[in-house]
Ligand binder design. Sequence first.
Ligand SMILES: C[S@@+](CC[C@H](N)C(=O)[O-])C[C@H]1O[C@@H](n2cnc3c(N)ncnc32)[C@H](O)[C@@H]1O
Length: 240
Amino acid sequence: MQGTELFRAFLFKYYIKIKFYDIIYIMKESYFENLIKDFDNYVFTQTQQQIFEYAQSCREKFIPCIREKTAKLLCHIISKTLPKNILEIGTATGCSGALMLLSCLSSNLTTLDVSEEMCKMAQQTFDKYGLTNRAQILCDDALNYFQNANSTFDFIFLDGPKGQYIKYLPYLKTVINGGGIIFCDDVLYFGMVLDDSKVIHKKITIVRNLREFLNLTQSDTEFETKLLDIEDGVLLIKKQ
Ligand SMILES: C[S@@+](CC[C@H](N)C(=O)[O-])C[C@H]1O[C@@H](n2cnc3c(N)ncnc32)[C@H](O)[C@@H]1O
């Protein structure tokens, strides 16, 4: 082959390769782009609104509960993807769990919290809204649960201790079903994860662990990811 032909063949090969990766990239982007489109317009039902107001009142008493935009995103995704089995790490008062169950009436929830007090409060929430039969509360440490887990899930809401997400990662990979979504809350941790100047010294380990979690999930070829800078930061992960 002549030099110019070789050069043309080389360009063609890499042009095709670049286009191929562009297409894959656009496909990956568009999955989440399409899924979360207009999530802000999600309208809570009357019951969901009551639960959300309860979550707000808990937050005022310093009980950590889901915020508005994150709640709408969560309910929107559940209502679009209709997961059969949901796992929640970090039950607190049961607000996010109840909101999820009311976004898809065919879903079942396994939710766990290390705090007995939280588990009791969550039970009251599920009882109050007639969700008891669809919600299983486990009072357990999340890592202990993962080490012994023998169930798999279509959707995981990861909202437990932020510094531990990295330890859960190998287990998340096996517990989530193919095509399932992991919704990770608070991954930007009060802005500290993206901005060194905001880091509080005593939180440095949590920040480092979250950065590692973001790096590993976003570079994992088994995952498609989308990082959203809403409220305390949400990372969406889809297992291929
Ligand atoms: C941010 S709150 C969950 C909020 C809840 N998902 C909501 O939106 O209403 C985090 C919860 O994780 C629980 N938690 C902390 N460490 C844990 C652990 N090692 N295993 C399980 N749960 C844990 C806390 O007790 C707390 O209730």
